[in-house]
Design a protein around this ligand. Structure first.
Ligand SMILES: Nc1ncnc2c1ncn2[C@@H]1O[C@H](COP(=O)(O)OP(=O)(O)OP(=O)(O)O)[C@@H](O)[C@H]1O
Ligand SMILES: [Mg+2]
Length: 332
């Protein structure tokens, strides 16, 4: 949709390759919660990959594991995260510090509301520069703060203002500026537009597209909003209950989805060409991650489930170029 060729069609090696990544949360005296299981995807330079799915499906867990910033109870139990020819999971914490923020950075879910209210925005961006780059000279830091604010469309003169003097959209722009402090190649944006009204949301999406265009930035865009995905993503990974439901280019996801969960999600999303149609919701709830059903995790809510779906988990089938679906219906 945005002219970037999706995953396996791409000739150059992907910037980031995630293979069979699984993450458990382990709390004392409780069964492990399998929050992410067997997830694989590729991210190319300049590509925007949407990571979508209902609340609790493991989007943030996946994002935090790429940064190796999971909370203590979160453990990566298997998989590979290949970046720059190395498996990040094999790096020591010290080695990881040369990747985190510098090569891969993240805009945390809800972080724009967690800015320190009593420190000017410019100071907070300056702090990120001081902590994560080799720049320590005050004037140089100030100059870089100005550059970063300019990059995200905020007048450098506003660096001395406090978060309450910024609108929501500006606070999110400031968070994006912070994520760009070390000129990373990949930015993970966890629900960056969720709390914003539609006009401001559109401006933030436009900013991300501009940064992709100007800096060649690759973006992992985490959202539960399929409308936003349609606007900016090149490819989409649909997760359900910690696993991959479907992974494909954005056109395929919207025009030829094969997983019943993707199809149901799309029905729950307004179509401007059919304004009088009632929006569907998906009855039921996602599975408990510490008591997963033996078969497909979506089977209890799936309108097309049959015996096999309740008996064994479906593998991930590869259909044509770059289209992967975890559903027995495509097994022919
Ligand atoms: N620190 C934690 N300890 C135990 N379980 C956790 C922890 N953090 C998340 N989980 C569980 O892992 C699952 C995935 O959570 P995660 O936050 O990754 O979902 P999400 O897709 O980002 O959801 P949302 O759309 O609400 O942000 C959920 O069931 C959640 O309850
Ligand atoms: Mg989340």
């Amino acid at each position: 949709m945005n002219g970037i060729v999706n995953d396996v069609q791409h000739k150059a090696a992907p910037l980031l390759t995630v293979r069979h990544l699984s993450v458990d949360y382990i709390s004392k005296g409780e069964r492990p919660a399998h929050a992410v299981e067997g997830v694989s995807f590729e991210l190319n330079k300049g590509e925007i990959l949407g990571l979508v799915g209902e609340s609790g499906c493991g989007k943030t867990t996946l994002a935090l594991s790429l940064m190796r910033l999971l909370p203590a109870s979160g453990q990566i139990v298997s998989g590979e995260i290949i970046f720059g020819g190395r498996d990040l999971l094999g790096l020591s914490e010290r080695e990881m510090r040369s990747v985190r923020w510098k090569e891969i950075s993240m805009i945390f879910q809800g972080a724009m509301n967690a800015l320190n209210p009593v420190r000017p925005i410019g100071d907070q961006i300056g702090e990120a520069i001081r902590l994560h780059t080799s720049i320590s000279d005050r004037n140089q830091i100030n100059r870089r703060v100005g550059e970063l604010l300019d990059l995200v469309g905020i007048a450098a003169a506003r660096k001395d203002q406090f978060p309450h003097q910024y609108s929501g959209g500006m606070r999110q722009r400031a968070m994006i500026a912070m994520a760009l402090a070390c000129s990373p190649q990949v930015v993970i944006a966890d629900e960056p537009t969720t709390a914003l009204d539609v006009m401001i949301q559109a401006q933030i999406l436009e900013l991300l597209l501009q940064l992709r265009r100007d800096l060649g930035l690759a973006i992992l865009f985490v959202t539960h909003d399929l409308g936003v995905v349609a606007e900016i993503c090149d490819s989409v990974l649909v997760m359900y209950g910690g696993v991959t439901a479907e992974y494909a280019g954005v056109d395929t996801i919207y025009n030829a989805p094969r997983h019943p969960y993707t199809q149901e999600l799309l029905k729950a999303f307004p179509d401007l060409t059919r304004p009088h149609e009632r929006l569907a919701s998906i009855p039921g709830y996602p599975p408990r991650l510490d008591a997963l059903p033996p078969g497909c995790r979506f089977a209890p809510r799936c309108p097309t489930a049959f015996d096999r779906c309740y008996a064994e988990p479906p593998p991930i089938y590869a259909l044509g170029t770059g289209h992967r679906v975890s559903c027995f219906l495509v097994d022919d």
